[in-house]
Structure formats: structure tokens, C-alpha cells
Design a protein around this ligand. Structure first.
Ligand SMILES: Cc1ncc(COP(=O)(O)O)c(C=O)c1O
Length: 387
């Protein structure tokens, strides 16, 4: 767990209305510098997977270090085109005629998931212009997701993702530009290197038939312990061996440890243990805490039993299971205390919800000079408009 808060956050903390997702601009800049280093030295393209993180207010900063975005569907693709610019890639497990027609007006790279979908939609893609690139997602049979077990492993048994090895010969390879393999999840360099070596070993004849290979997302490039130089060497070796362009499309790895969720303690009740109710919710504001599941890092707290005061942190909704986690503190938390959860940018506000009519947290930027700026505030309308 985390220990001390960064000094510029300490200075701003009392001025931040809660709950709020806070982007640490200094940390985001550092993360972008890593991406830029990989792009330059590996000679690859890097896209932001907007499914993990999509915040137009920081797109100007990210745009200079990246080559574009990759979307999971029509609305993300439109966001990428209108707010980010540069290349817009899209992958969907299955397209309809209508969504594909819309996507062809927006995207320059379309990835298919099955032999049937490529065959069915290839004429429409070609009719849209030669600058549209066609990708095919394969299932390389390489399970290395380090999080959530089968939940986040696209190569798990009975997965719907990617053309299986035995079906690859059925693809119209002369019309395919990019081979796509997304198999990683929060993986360090050994995961990426393993994937790169696996594809080299097992899929060489198919790689030689395309112009580019997309190694998907899940590259945790800004996580402590990630050997960026090892990744660069592996990509360069692959490029040299096959003469193809390389694309990476991380989401989490671009924003890991670059933001917080700041909350306030509302009440403390006692039932066998102290249960601290906060103005943030696992169910509404940190859905991955329940889905993965995991216990988010909390600054100034430790695992239960480590510090003198152990307690449960819980959300302010009706759901009994809206539990953020078990922690321990040096002093018992009391109403009005600020709590700062770490690493809260990826898969947080892109997945949150207004269950119970719960207000969505602000989204704010903590600037390098310590200034805090709210870029988005939500109210009743976000709840009402979907009902
Ligand atoms: C096809 C594809 N690309 C990229 C990503 C981004 O992954 P991550 O945020 O783990 O880097 C995902 C995540 O599910 C994905 O499915």
C-alpha cells in the first residue's frame, strides 16, 4: 500500500471538492515521456486505447506523444476522431452493416474478429477507399493476463476473441494489412517479450503476409519494474526479422499511477469492526474494485492489522457489497477526513455509473504548480437523461 502523499497533492488536498478523480499532470507527463521513448527507439506506433481512459481535457498533452487512438465501438471512435485526431483504429467482436458504414466515415483502421466478418465486410471497406487498413485479430493461444483470471484473458477456453490457428488459412490474406494479437493485461516486459517471441515462432508464415503487426494492449509500460529497454529490443528484433511495422495500443499502461480518487469520510459505524462510510462508492465509482476484484491502494493506510486501527471502507449506496476494502490506519478515520485512493485513472470514470442516483465524482486536473482545476462536474442530468 501507499505511504506518503505527493507534496503538490498535500498542498491542494483541502481545496478539492469530493468525490473527485484527479489527474496528476506531472505524472501523466512522465508516463507520456515513456511512450515517446518507446516510439522513438523501437520505431513503433503507439495508440491510446480509449476504453481504459478517455479525457479530452488532457488529449492535447497525450496527442504529442502518441499516434492516435483505438476504439471499441462507434462512440469511442467518434471521440477519437473529433477530440484526439491522428489515426483512429477500431476493433469490435462483430459489426453490423450500419455500424460499419458509420465507422468507415470515421476510422482509418478496421479490425475484424472472424473469417466470416472479414469476408462479409471487405467489399464495403475497400469501397470506402484504399487508405482504409484492414486488420484481423487472431487468437494466438498465449495466455499471459496477470489480472482477473479468465475475466481478462482473451485466450481463455471458449473465448470469442480472435481467429483460431486452425482457421487462419481461410482468411483472404491478400486483403489483410495488419495482424492483431491482444492477449496481455497489466503485463510487465516479460509478458510482451513472451508474446513477441511466441508470434515469431508460431505465426511467421502469416506475419510475412501483412504490413504491420499490432501487439494489442496490456503493456504496463509505466509500472515500476517494467524494463522498457527490453521491450524496445524485442520490438526491434521482430521488425528486423519480418520487415513489418509495429503497433501497440495500451490503455492502462499510459495512465497507471497518474491519478487519484479523492473522497471524504462521512460516518463511522461499528459492527464487529469499524466501518467507515465515504462519499465515494466501489459499485459506482470504482467498478473494477468489485469486478476484478482488488483492493485499491490508499495513501497513508496499510493492510489490515498492520497499523493500530483496522477498519472497512465502504461506499455510500444501498448495496451491501459496496465495500472498497479492508485497511488499517495510524489514527481512526473520522468524519471530514480526506482519503486518497491511488492509481485511479484507468477503467474508472469510463466505467462509472449513477446507481442509486449517486452523483458522479468531479474530474479535475492537479497541475504541476499545485493548482487544481475542475474540468467536469456532474449533476442530476447525468442520472435523469438515461432513464
Ligand atoms: C483489443 C484491446 N486493445 C487494447 C486494450 C487495452 O488494454 P490495457 O488497458 O490493459 O492496456 C484492450 C483491453 O481490453 C483490448 O481489448
Amino acid at each position: 500500500m501507499n505511504t506518503a502523499l505527493p507534496p503538490h497533492l498535500i498542498a491542494a488536498l483541502s481545496t478539492i471538492p469530493t468525490p473527485a478523480y484527479v489527474v496528476d499532470m506531472a505524472a501523466l507527463k512522465r508516463n507520456m515521456a515513456t511512450a515517446e521513448h518507446i516510439r522513438t527507439h523501437a520505431g513503433c506506433r503507439i495508440l491510446l486505447a480509449t476504453k481504459a481512459f478517455a479525457l479530452p481535457a488532457v488529449f492535447p498533452l497525450m496527442r504529442t506523444s502518441l499516434d492516435g487512438t483505438t476504439a471499441s465501438g462507434i462512440h469511442e471512435a467518434r471521440l477519437g476522431r473529433e477530440d484526439f485526431g491522428k489515426e483512429v483504429h477500431v476493433f469490435s467482436p462483430a459489426y453490423t452493416e450500419d455500424t460499419l458504414a458509420e465507422l468507415l466515415l470515421i476510422c482509418d483502421h478496421i479490425y475484424f474478429n472472424s473469417v466470416d466478418q472479414v469476408r462479409r465486410f471487405l467489399p464495403a471497406v475497400r469501397a470506402a477507399g484504399q487508405d482504409r487498413k484492414v486488420g484481423i485479430r487472431i487468437n494466438p493461444g498465449y495466455s499471459r493476463a496477470t489480472l482477473g483470471g479468465n475475466l481478462y484473458d482473451p485466450c481463455s477456453p471458449r473465448s470469442r476473441f480472435g481467429v483460431l490457428r486452425e482457421d487462419l488459412e481461410k482468411l483472404p490474406w491478400d486483403d489483410i494489412d495488419i495482424l492483431h494479437a491482444h492477449t496481455l493485461c497489466e503485463s510487465l516486459h516479460d509478458g510482451a517479450i513472451g508474446l513477441i517471441e511466441h508470434l515469431s515462432r508460431e505465426f511467421g508464415p502469416f506475419i510475412r503476409r501483412v504490413k504491420a503487426v499490432n501487439f494489442g494492449g496490456g503493456h504496463f509500460i509505466n509500472k515500476r519494474g517494467y524494463d522498457v529497454e527490453a521491450l524496445i529490443r524485442a520490438i526491434r528484433g521482430f521488425r528486423d526479422a519480418f520487415g513489418v511495422e509495429i503497433i501497440l495500443e495500451p490503455g492502462s499502461g499510459l495512465v497507471v499511477d497518474a491519478g487519484y480518487l479523492v473522497a471524504t469520510v462521512l460516518d463511522v459505524v461499528h459492527n464487529e469492526t469499524d466501518v467507515v462510510i465515504v462519499d465515494a462508492s466501489a459499485a459506482c465509482h470504482m467498478p473494477d474494485v468489485l469486478e476484478v476484484p482488488y483492493t485499491p491502494p490508499l495513501f497513508g493506510a496499510a493492510e489490515p492489522g498492520t497499523l493500530p486501527c483496522s477498519c472497512i471502507l465502504a461506499g455510500n449506496t444501498c448495496m451491501t457489497g459496496d465495500i472498497i476494502g479492508d485497511y488499517s490506519f495510524a489514527q481512526p478515520p473520522k468524519p471530514g477526513d480526506r482519503l486518497v485512493f491511488g492509481d485511479m485513472l484507468q477503467y474508472s470514470f469510463v466505467k462509472n455509473n449513477t446507481f442509486n442516483g449517486t452523483k458522479l465524482p468531479d474530474i479535475g486536473l492537479l497541475h504541476e504548480d499545485g493548482g487544481y482545476e475542475v474540468v467536469k462536474r456532474f449533476g442530476y442530468e447525468e442520472f435523469r437523461s438515461r432513464l
